[in-house]
Design a protein around this ligand. Structure first.
Ligand code: FDA
Length: 505
């Protein structure tokens, strides 16, 4: 019933009622399910039991968002905003209370100004579209954001956003110079009218807390016409443990021009039934092969990098290389990924982990049959060390050697089997406790993990939110609460890990 009233309200409130009717999808609409499922990444939140929105709105104009906010408020419905739908815990399209899904899929225009090295991008665009549109105009301009091209701009920038260029240029959020935010009162605010504190909060404080960001103004960055990539793979029999151990001392201290990650997984060793651990050392270097080889000979000779391992290409092609994508045009295709059931957790490492600990961890990969766990080690340092912890809400700056990503994914139709992998990844994470950041045990907000704490149902409280809030934001959490109190004191925009206002509700 509230949904009937809500729909009636929308038709009354919209400035252009004719066009809004075309972008409202109730459950009985034929397109409802395909729109809902279109950008769901995590199949764990696409089951029959998953709570679904009463109505989906896919706005064409800011006025459609304003009308949706006003009518949702009036009729006691919550809003979930979705840009790319990549939230690990499905917070952009799942809620236990009656809600409206605002899906920004139609708001994805991109305007690249090469001369002034800026771009405006709407939140519903995916990163692939942004990269493609930049490369279309210039092969030596880029934007430092995530590697997975189907990620939505809206959620990604709201939580920080890092990728292969972040040791050189920082996070996506560090390179945003203006934005338009629609607040809980339906006002459209730019940097000047929202004020510096709100502008600070929307660049890293996590999506879904402060309003709906319509679009972002980006400072583009320079990349050479030719960059170099490589992937060198070693198994335990080829000294992988020693190399990973050594990598810890090297990777975060390398020049800003190189990003060298490690991906660790279980593989079959070739002999019948024999398993081993494989470490892939993959890198992007902002320069040519010769310079890279001489750098690696000096700084990480143990890896044994040779010219034959390296390929020179343009920056946009390096995205295809790392994503194993066939053509640049695929970057425009938001539907082209294989969806899985997955769970991700994150950690920060400040002291090298002893070699014996790695050796102790390897057998864990063999515990579950068919285990598709991948552990990624992401080097920090470079530009990330230069940006003060309070510059944006993202606090994981100097002092971090690397980030660990624990990732378990499973393809297929059935969710049942996934439970054992969930418990596996939680055991793995628990095992790592002594070797990672403490008090708080830090985590990356864009790697949303509801295991680390959630808001109370109904009334939120500062004390409850502090449990997860300090892990994501350290002491920046207090400033985020202050900003939330300013911009949304009634806590209209809320979810399981949204920032609570002080009044607290
Ligand atoms: P989605 O639409 O699910 O939104 C995420 C959150 O932001 C939700 O709370 C949502 O309500 C809110 N939100 C969305 N749009 C908003 C808007 N316009 N205004 C306000 N709030 C909004 N991260 C990274 O930094 N580097 C990486 O390389 C990767 N790689 C990666 C690969 C894969 C396969 C996945 C699934 C995810 C990543 N991520 C990542 C994590 C990613 O950055 C994170 O999930 C982002 O929040 C996704 O943004 P979307 O817009 O796609 O998510």
């Amino acid at each position: 019933q509230s949904h009937e009233k809500f729909l009636h309200c929308l038709s009354l409130h919209s400035n252009d009622s004719s066009s809004i009717s075309k972008v409202i999808f109730s459950r009985n609409n034929n397109s409802y399910s395909s729109i809902l499922e279109s950008s769901i990444q995590n199949l764990r939140y696409s089951t029959i039991a998953t709570p679904k929105p009463l109505v989906i709105v896919t706005p064409l104009h800011a006025s459609h968002i304003q009308a949706t906010i006003s009518c949702s408020k009036r009729h006691g419905l919550q809003i979930r905003t979705r840009s790319g739908g990549h939230d690990f815990e499905g917070l952009s399209y799942v809620s236990e209370v009656p809600f409206v899904l605002v899906d920004l899929v139609n708001l994805r225009s991109i305007d690249v100004d090469v001369e002034n090295r800026i771009a405006w991008v709407q939140s519903g665009a995916i990163l692939g579209e942004l990269y493609y549109r930049i490369a279309e105009k210039s092969r030596t301009l880029a934007f430092p954001a995530g590697t997975c091209y189907t990620i939505g701009v809206g959620g990604h920038f709201s939580g920080g956003g890092y990728g292969l260029l972040f040791r050189k240029y920082g996070l996506a959020a560090d390179n945003i110079i203006d934005a338009h935010l629609i607040d809980a009162n339906g006002r459209i605010l730019d940097r000047k009218s929202m004020g510096e504190d709100v502008f600070w909060a929307i660049r890293g404080g996590g999506g879904g807390s402060f309003g709906i960001v319509l679009d972002w103004k980006l400072k583009l960055v320079s990349v050479p016409a030719n960059v170099t990539v490589f992937t060198v793979t070693k198994t335990l029999e080829q000294n992988a443990t020693q190399l990973i151990h050594r990598w810890q001392y090297v990777a975060h201290k390398l020049p800003n021009d190189i990003f060298l990650l490690v991906a660790i997984s279980r593989v079959n060793s070739g002999q019948e039934g024999k398993k081993t651990i494989q470490a892939s050392f993959a890198a992007l270097f902002l320069g040519g092969v010769d310079k890279l080889i001489s750098l690696m000979e000096k700084r990480f000779p143990e890896l044994g990098l040779v010219k034959q391992d390296c390929i020179e290409m343009s920056w946009i092609q390096s995205l295809l290389y790392f994503g194993q994508l066939p053509t640049e045009e695929i970057l425009l295709d938001r539907a082209a990924v294989n969806k899985t059931f997955f769970k991700v957790k994150s950690d920060y490492v400040k002291e090298p982990i002893p070699k014996a600990v790695f050796e102790e961890v390897w057998p864990k990969f063999y515990e579950e049959e068919g285990n598709y766990g991948i552990i990624l080690l992401i080097p920090y340092g470079g530009k990330m060390d230069e940006i003060p912890e309070t510059e944006t809400p993202f606090p994981h700056r100097a002092g971090n050697m690397y980030k660990i990503i624990y990732n378990i994914g499973l393809a297929g139709e059935e969710n049942l089997e996934f439970q054992k992998y969930l418990s596996w990844i939680r055991r793995f994470y628990h095992h790592m406790t002594p070797y990672v950041s403490k008090s708080p045990r830090e985590a990356y907000v864009n790697y949303r993990d509801l295991d680390i704490g959630v808001n109370n149902k109904g009334k939120t409280s500062y004390a409850q939110a502090s449990i997860w809030g300090f892990k994501y934001f350290k002491s920046n959490f207090n400033k985020l609460v202050h900003v939330k109190t300013l911009i949304d004191p009634d806590n209209f925009f809320k979810h399981e890990q949204s920032i609570p206002p002080l009044s607290s509700w």
